[in-house]
Design a protein around this ligand. Structure first.
Ligand SMILES: O=P(O)(O)OC[C@H]1O[C@H](OP(=O)(O)OP(=O)(O)O)[C@H](O)[C@@H]1O
Length: 220
């Protein structure tokens, strides 16, 4: 089984991926919904880490630090860096992890970065999802502010849909703005391709219509 299909099956099992009618932050009515928070047991998190790690290993991207923006990126960076080492071997033995605090700490060790210092390091950003791209843009700013070099980012699901008042998806916009790869474990296209047989005709029609309406042709 491909790791994409395995991830989608896991997402269905823990109900991180659901089909129905959902109102999104954007106001759109979506026929599917993805919530990474549902991966909340040891086994589920191990599977998530495997999916992120396999996507990164397959990309061949080389970096020194996996950076997880607060808050939801933090555990993702920690579990994925461990899994990279377990699955990818010695090549990843010295890859570090770090994350930012949302509020700077002024006592103890102080500062807003925890983990490996970012200065002069090649950095991969990890997060759960990208909606408007705000959190990822902030992560790029933090890395630049620490004199690190971002080399790409990875999220779990790329919905591929255009951001409001734009003609691009959030991932395409970020990729273009920084001229860097934006990886995802799966995309809306992967959901359709891999889960087609498990959807009712009505669900599939709604998803295909949603894709026709909101996903730019270039993203398909
Ligand atoms: O592309 P965006 O529009 O920024 O949306 C996506 C971001 O929003 C959520 O985090 P949030 O900012 O809610 O913070 P949290 O991780 O502390 O929940 C999510 O974890 C992403 O980081």
């Amino acid at each position: 089984m491909s790791y994409k299909l395995k991830f989608l099956k896991d997402a269905l099992d823990v109900e991180a991926l659901k089909f129905g009618t959902f109102t999104l932050k954007s106001g759109r009515m979506s026929p599917y919904f993805f919530n990474m928070g549902q991966f909340s047991t040891a086994a589920a998190l191990s599977n998530v880490a495997t999916a992120y790690a396999q996507t990164i290993i397959e990309s061949g991207l080389e970096f020194d630090i996996l950076f997880g923006p607060a808050y939801k990126g933090i555990p993702l960076a920690a579990i994925t860096v461990v899994k990279l080492y377990e699955l990818g071997g010695e090549k990843y033995a010295n890859v570090g992890y770090s994350f930012n605090r949302k509020e700077k700490k002024d006592h103890g060790e102080g500062g807003s970065i925890v983990g490996c210092p970012l200065k002069n390091k090649r950095i991969m950003i990890i997060d759960d999802v990208m909606t408007a791209g705000t959190a990822i843009n902030e992560a790029f700013d933090i890395i630049k502010g620490e004199n690190g070099q971002a080399i790409g980012c990875i999220i779990a699901l790329d919905r591929q849909e255009v951001v409001k008042d734009s003609n691009q998806s959030a991932t395409a916009a970020v990729s273009q703005r920084y001229n860097l790869p934006v990886l995802s474990i799966v995309s809306l296209d992967d959901i359709i391709e891999n889960l087609r047989d498990q959807l009712t005709e009505e669900q599939l029609d709604m998803i295909l219509e949603y894709r026709r309406q909101y996903v730019p042709a270039t993203a398909k």
